[in-house]
Design a protein around this ligand. Structure first.
Ligand code: NAI
Ligand code: MG
Length: 492
């Protein structure tokens, strides 16, 4: 067995500039913004803040890379796949450096950062292997005609990503976009820009042609919005809030009808039947809610429990959350499971919503406050007696706050689980197979997990019903929205 990897507590910040056409440059206006370590509240460094003028330069560089007969356009598919594999190898080699930087910028535990980066690597390899298997069809036609389809890149893709899984999501977006043959302009989150910037050096080392990846750090309403409005961007792929998802869809409609893939918020339900084994499902349900300090779009936050096991489920959940308090702390420490929330805005939002929950009459079983004087740490929190009309039952809290609801029969539980404007994920925890299948079919949700949480991989499509988004990522379904289908028909 190899020894456990040790983090670097003071990782080097090598890059804070924009990456355009294979060069690191300052923003045109010379503006910068601070990025903060949420465990200590210290400013790590200043980062260049890109705006419209910088976006114009990055899109032009990407467009050049996509020119007819360019190196990237004419590269053999197997070679394009090899580029993604090479990028994956370099990331894997540098994983300690990248994960350590992610820890100070984001606050997640080192082991979690390593885990995320491995998933990013897996995605690059999965799609690296896909590139030379993207094949069109020969179409069924009458005599005298021949037709076939080709999958072609959509062109210049803009990816706008959030702070909860910064490096991993940058890898996901890059893997999809580049496998399909596009050029990419990446806009990392302003809260956690540092690890995504490392991709600049990585793609240079891998030999990716100039302009295929460009990185514009900056704010959403300036750098982000300029991308969504740009007439020469063909597609936007976005992960983040539903609110900004609306703006992106609108910007597309107002400009050039750019394609959009939106992976947005959730308020995902898990239904726990009376046959469930509590010793297994209590920790499973809580992990599925608190994952990444609750900062996960597909966290299972609305916990519906059958009345026969409800009281015991609540008691055990509160007991477990109380124990977990000791597992929240310094993200570099080996003994912890959770770090701080990403920034003061998220921290305040969570504490406000906890307050709202108490005022609306939910029962606070444990937690509910800040954990330390310094750093954005929130106590693991459990609410029982939650009713469907409360704000904590409807709004995305994005923190370690579990809400437990009681139900009498399965039809009622399904209706209440579906009574949400979101539809990203759902869980069914039961030992009754018929119940598992019946409920899975009935839930209005992009993914349903039976007796597990996030069991999927790179070949399992992920995305939302309703206001949780548009389109899917991963697998063939995830690759399709990065391509145009061209039909060629020949009359003989
Ligand atoms: P956000 O949606 O504002 O930020 C995500 C990304 O969008 C960032 O890169 C940001 O710079 C960019 N952005 C912001 N405004 C934009 C605009 N007008 N045009 C283009 N890009 C823009 O999310 P935020 O404010 O960081 O978090 C707010 C809430 O959103 C969270 O409390 C949580 O409920 C939800 N959220 C959901 C995520 C998910 O994984 N689906 C991830 C992050 C947040
Ligand atoms: Mg930060």
């Amino acid at each position: 067995m190899s020894p456990p990897v040790q983090p670097i507590r003071n990782p080097e910040v090598k890059r804070t500039q924009l990456f355009i056409g294979n060069e690191f440059v300052n923003s045109v206006a010379g503006k910068t913004f601070e990025t903060v370590n949420p465990a200590t509240e210290d400013v790590i460094c200043l980062v260049q803040a890109g705006d419209k003028a910088d976006v114009d330069k990055a899109v032009a560089a990407a467009r050049l890379a996509m020119k007819r007969n360019s190196v990237w356009r004419t590269m053999a598919p197997a070679e394009r796949g090899r580029m993604l594999m090479k990028i994956a190898d370099i990331i894997e080699r540098d994983i300690v450096k990248i994960a350590s930087l992610e820890v100070i910028d984001n606050g997640k535990p080192f082991s979690a950062a390593v885990g995320d980066i491995k998933v990013g690597v897996a995605c690059l390899r999965y799609y690296g292997g896909y590139v030379d298997k993207i094949e069109g069809r020969t179409l069924c036609m009458e005599d005298g005609k021949m037709g076939y389809t080709r999958y072609e890149p959509v062109g210049v893709v803009a990816a706008i990503t959030p702070w909860n899984f910064p490096f991993m999501l940058s890898c996901f977006k890059m893997a999809h976009a580049l496998a399909a043959g596009n050029a990419l302009v990446l806009k990392p989150p302003e809260q956690t820009p540092l690890t995504s910037l490392m991709l600049g050096d990585i793609v240079i080392e891998a030999g990716l042609p100039t302009g295929v990846l460009n990185i514009i750090t900056g704010m959403g309403p300036t750098a982000g919005a300029s991308l969504t409005e740009h007439p020469d961007v063909n597609k936007v792929t976005f992960t983040g809030s539903t609110e900004v998802g609306h703006l992106i869809q609108k910007a597309s409609g107002d400009t050039n009808l750019k394609r959009v893939t939106l992976e947005l918020g959730g308020k995902s339900a898990v239904i726990i039947g009376k046959s469930a084994d509590l010793s297994k499902v209590v920790p499973l349900a809580q992990d599925a809610c608190y994952v990444n300090m609750g900062q996960t779009c597909c966290a299972l936050t609305r916990t519906f429990v059958h009345e026969d096991v409800y009281d015991e489920f609540v008691r055990q959940s509160a007991e477990l959350a109380n124990k977990t308090r000791a597992k929240v702390g310094d993200p570099f420490s080996d003994d912890i499971k959770y770090g701080p929330q990403v920034d003061k805005i998220q921290f305040d939002k969570i504490l406000d919503l906890i307050d709202v929950g108490k005022k609306e009459g939910a029962k606070l079983e444990c937690g509910g406050g800040r954990l330390t004087e310094k750093g954005y740490f929130v106590e693991p929190t459990v609410f029982s007696n939650v009713s469907d009309d409360m704000r904590i039952a409807k709004e995305e809290i994005f923190g370690p706050v579990q809400q437990i609801f009681k139900f009498k029969n399965i039809e009622e539980a399904i209706d209440r689980a579906n009574n949400s404007e979101y539809g990203l994920a759902a869980g069914v925890f039961t030992n009754d197979l018929s119940e598992a299948l019946y409920v899975s079919n009935a839930l209005e949700s992009g993914q349903v997990w039976v007796n597990s949480f996030m069991p999927g991989g790179m070949n399992t499509p992920f995305g939302g019903y309703k206001k949780s988004g548009i389109g899917r990522e991963f697998g063939w379904d995830g690759l399709l929205p990065y391509m145009e289908v061209k039909t060629v028909i020949i009359k003989m």
